[in-house]
Design a protein around this ligand. Structure first.
Ligand SMILES: C[S@@+](CC[C@H](N)C(=O)[O-])C[C@H]1O[C@@H](n2cnc3c(N)ncnc32)[C@H](O)[C@@H]1O
Length: 243
């Protein structure tokens, strides 16, 4: 099994701190169902599915045949295993594919930057998918509009590969690739945003000590004096279809 990852430490609070809003979740779920053309015949593999919240909603709303949440963090996977309408696999992306479990659609939401050796990974997905099968990557650009402190923005930039790299690797593998850039803007009470930062809701923040996070919050406070803060989430949806 893999060594514990950053998400082990935030599993318990993950659903609460990575909350954003119901409108945000509806926006993401709607696009996943549309981009993956999810329907009742589909078996969905949600790789890096975390606590399974999205997997479970997709199962219910698209009336899927089956949905798997594949999650290497034991603590996150335990949360997913509590959801009765999905199956949780405590394993990582490569190990899951090597089991040759059949699926027709595959979701990689906010996880692709954690997966190493991506070229063999794309090839294994291409082989496993039936014709008409699809994979969807949801990721972010290297430069984001999140109200982060400067050092956190730099860490994000360094940890996030360019999305064009994924596009070209997928095309090389034989997939038909379509990309959509979609922004979602909403306001959060600043104290909620600071709680998210203190809990290091993004793994890029795990590099910083408590003191550095507090100094970062002071930096943000100087730029945004109001009680609420506007969050602009720049999301990139890359759909790859095996024709
Ligand atoms: C930002 S969270 C996203 C969780 C979920 N997809 C969501 O959007 O709510 C990233 C997740 O990817 C998982 N992860 C990290 N490395 C992975 C790997 N090699 N294979 C599969 N999942 C991985 C982490 O444990 C974590 O739960």
């Amino acid at each position: 099994m893999n060594p514990p990852n950053h998400f082990d430490s935030i599993a318990e609070v993950f659903n609460r701190i990575w909350y954003f809003s119901d409108a945000y979740k509806d926006f993401v779920i709607g696009h996943i169902i549309g981009d993956l053309s999810l329907s009742r015949n589909d078996i969905l593999a949600d790789i890096g599915g975390g606590t399974g919240t999205f997997t479970s909603r997709l199962m219910e709303e698209a009336k899927l045949q089956k949905a798997y949440c594949i999650e290497p963090s034991g603590a996150m996977c335990e949360e997913a295993a509590k959801l009765e309408n999905i199956t949780a696999f405590h394993t990582d992306a490569h190990a899951f594919l090597s089991t040759r479990t059949p699926f027709t659609k595959l979701l990689l939401k906010e996880v692709i930057h954690h997966i190493e050796e991506r070229e063999p990974f794309w090839n294994a997905i291409f082989e496993n998918l039936p014709h008409g099968g699809k994979l969807l990557i949801i990721t972010r650009p290297q430069t984001v509009e999140f109200p982060l402190f400067q050092k956190a923005k730099e860490a994000f930039f360094h940890n996030q590969p360019s999305y064009e790299l994924f596009e070209s690797q997928l095309k090389e593998c034989g997939f038909h690739v379509e990309t959509a850039h979609r922004n979602h803007t909403f306001a959060l009470p600043k104290k909620s945003w600071y709680e998210m930062l203190r809990h290091r809701f993004m793994s890029d923040l795990s590099l910083f000590s408590d003191e550095e996070i507090e100094a970062g919050i002071v930096e943000i406070e100087q730029i945004y004096p109001e009680e609420t803060i506007n969050i602009i989430d720049n999301l990139i949806f890359i759909t790859a279809t095996k024709k």
